[in-house]
Design a protein. Structure first.
Length: 290
């Protein structure tokens, strides 16, 4: 009954906290932001291949209507509060786990749950969240009704509010970690005097979530080396330039060669390109996903 009451309060608490948090975030990054590209689709998934796969998941009972709806509602609440494009958050979780909130539980994998959280992700949210947002307790409570930290991955307790296997908590934690990646990249862009579109930077943040900040920065450095600061700002400002650079196999290979061994280079480069393609086809407006 208590959990049911908490879930009913989620949308109300989310709206109350949304305005305060977004005001803080806009004041916390002073970069040269411009344009609203309307990069992300309001309906998702966008491409028919993801629509078909989702239909097949339902048909084969790989996701229940209740869980799918709970993921949808939780994505709405977390996305609105943190200012994250909802299609990006949903598609990121779809790519990471195919919306299986218990993914990796039985296998004992290092990455687990909806957003495939690792040890470092748990540690960051439990101990370092104040490095990214000024009032983490208030922010989390505005989404879930209370601060759910310390976030747990206890396989014997998957239904408690602080469990990453509890869907509203998993979506919120995934959103917070993605939000941290956006803030991290925005601060770097600010320090380097780079222009960027907040929407386009979310796409880069999704790459950072999946492949790490070091990979994204290596790619940024390679873009700047080849095309100058103006070329890098363009890749952070327009969707066309983002896709042209992030899907450029030669550029990606050259960038990752500086941080990954030859043994890992081909696989990591291919995975990054695939991740960009999935973001494009699942989350971006239709004209960008054909």
């Amino acid at each position: 009954m208590k959990r049911k009451y908490t879930l009913l309060l989620l949308p109300i608490l989310s709206l109350l906290g949304c305005g305060l948090y977004l005001c803080f975030r806009l004041s916390s990054t002073s970069g040269k932001t411009h344009f609203s590209e309307n990069l992300f689709s309001a309906t998702y998934p966008v491409h028919h291949r993801f629509i078909e796969e989702t239909s097949q998941m339902r048909a084969h009972h790989k996701i229940s209507p209740e869980n799918e709806n709970l993921i949808q509602v939780s994505t709405l609440n977390a996305g609105e509060t943190l200012g994250i494009p909802q299609s990006l958050l949903w598609c990121l979780m779809f790519q990471e786990s195919r919306l299986n909130h218990l993914s990796g539980l039985k296998e004992g994998k290092l990455s687990t749950g909806l957003g495939q959280f690792s040890v470092s992700a748990f540690f960051e949210l439990n101990h370092h969240l104040p490095r990214y947002i000024s009032a983490p307790q208030t922010t989390i409570a505005s989404i879930l009704g209370s601060d759910i930290r310390p976030l747990s991955s206890d396989i014997n307790d998957t239904s408690s509010l602080n469990s990453y296997y509890f869907i509203p908590t998993a979506v919120t934690a995934t959103a917070l970690y993605l939000n941290n990646r956006w803030i991290q990249l925005a601060r770097i862009a600010d320090d380097r005097g780079l222009s960027y579109s907040p929407e386009v930077l979310w796409a880069w943040a999704a790459l950072s979530y999946n492949k790490g900040g070091r990979t994204v920065l290596a790619l940024w450095n390679q873009i700047e080396a080849k095309r100058g600061p103006a070329g890098l700002s363009s890749a952070l400002t327009t969707k066309a330039s983002f896709l042209a650079t992030a899907l450029n196999h030669n550029l990606v290979n050259q960038a990752l060669r500086s941080i990954w061994s030859k043994r890992l280079l081909a696989g990591y480069s291919s995975e990054l390109i695939t991740h960009v393609e999935n973001i494009r086809d699942c989350a971006l407006n239709k004209e960008e996903s054909l």
